[in-house]
Design a binder for this molecule. Structure first.
Ligand code: AMP
Length: 373
């Protein structure tokens, strides 16, 4: 059923993904009700209604569910009990099964491998002895990760030599951990895929993501890689969305190995930083696509009318450039409304569009962004 204009979309989580989803929802005539522990956060600032409460406050969640027509979320680590309560009261899109899979790196890798999708080789690790055996099997270097609550490179350690094992094992919490073979990748890519209530699937073009200090710095759309790799990534995203019966959008992050193999790193069943380029380079960007899916509306084609470079604005250093960014023609800015620019915090981003096929080459990207004097 299509939600009519005026219906209320419940958004669990109050960050920038919720903010930009709420902005897209407003353009479709919906009201957004944000549930978040934070007063006056990025999403709350632009939402029609707000509940400020903890994610395990079941009374507040019940009242929230009663006040909305459908529930979606912009962050993945909702307690299982809270999610079960919401699902008992209103449609939750995407549903609890996807969340369970994406919240847990082991379930995620098992699901992907069962679907015939390659990941880095991995071993579950519950003790130092198991870690030693796993390191012997996979070889070093390898990456040790928590299975839950990791993001932007947090909750992981690179193991280069045998003396790195014990301190990394002691530091990383919660257990169990997962040891992943090191992927000597040539590029990191991702695909945003959307699936509607009716099962229709739309894939945005495959993009390349470049990180600085483990945080996304820049996205190039489309990824400047061969057509076979771009196609393979799209096929993988489609299979993941179908198998998980996704409703909404999801980011699928992948590595391209030196040999040109595509292996999945992780999935995120929500709008994703590597999809921000779609806001300005596509007639229907990832946030509108997400809201359309959640509201049961038809999904338009995920076509792009332009090539794009997305640049994240992180912490005080990048925000010091804000006046210069505003004065540079052609940069389409998105500020998240956060007051305090702590180091490593995502404060905003900008998109720069190029005619299709005219994405600048390797040496021209920084110049094209206009930030180099
Ligand atoms: P994640 O938290 O899993 O998204 O990882 C954060 C970043 O660490 C990735 O974007 C990669 O740059 C790097 N990384 C993670 N896992 C591996 C791996 N198995 N091999 C090589 N690099 C990795």
């Amino acid at each position: 059923m299509m939600l009519p204009p005026g219906a209320v979309i419940g958004m669990v989580g109050g960050g920038q993904l919720g903010r930009m989803s709420a902005q897209a929802a407003a353009r479709l005539g919906y009201l957004v009700h944000v549930f978040s522990p934070e007063q006056d956060g990025p999403a709350a600032q632009v939402a029609a209604r707000n509940t400020v409460a903890a994610y395990d406050d079941l009374d507040a969640l019940r009242a929230f569910a009663e006040a909305v027509d459908v529930v979606t979320f912009e962050f993945e680590n909702l307690p299982a009990e809270s999610l079960a309560l919401l699902e008992s009261l209103k449609p939750v899109r995407p549903g609890a099964k996807i969340l369970a899979v994406s919240q847990d790196r082991i379930l995620e890798k098992q699901f992907l491998n069962d679907a015939g999708i390659a990941t880095a080789p991995w071993v579950k690790v519950e003790s130092l002895e198991e870690l030693e055996a796993a390191a012997a099997r996979l070889g070093l270097p390898a990456v040790l990760k928590t299975t839950r609550l990791g993001y932007d490179g947090k909750g992981q350690a690179m193991l280069r030599a045998s003396e790195d094992l014990a301190p990394a094992f002691a530091r990383l919490e919660p257990k169990p951990l997962v040891l992943e073979g090191f992927v000597d990748f040539g590029a990191e890519i991702s695909v945003m895929v959307a699936r509607g209530v009716d099962g229709a699937i739309r894939c945005f073009d495959t993009v390349e993501n470049r990180h600085k200090h483990h945080i996304l710095d820049m996205t190039l759309a489309p990824a400047p890689l061969g057509p076979d790799i771009l196609q393979e990534a799209q096929g993988i995203a489609r299979v993941v969305a179908e198998r998980l019966k996704l409703v909404g959008v999801m980011g699928v992050e992948m590595f391209v190995t030196a040999k040109g193999e595509v292996v999945v790193n992780e999935i995120a069943p929500r709008p994703h930083n590597s999809g921000h380029w779609t806001m300005d380079a596509c007639p229907c960007g990832q946030f509108e696509m997400h809201i359309r899916a959640v509201a049961g509306l038809p999904l338009p084609p995920a076509v792009r009318h332009s090539d794009a470079v997305m640049k994240n604005l992180i912490g005080p250093d990048d925000m010091a450039l804000w006046p210069q960014i505003l004065a540079t023609p052609g940069l389409i800015v998105h500020h998240y409304g956060k007051t305090e620019a702590r180091p490593g915090r995502k404060m905003g981003h900008f998109n720069r569009l190029f005619p299709k096929g005219a994405l600048p080459g390797e040496l021209g990207i920084e110049d094209a962004l206009g930030l180099v004097e």
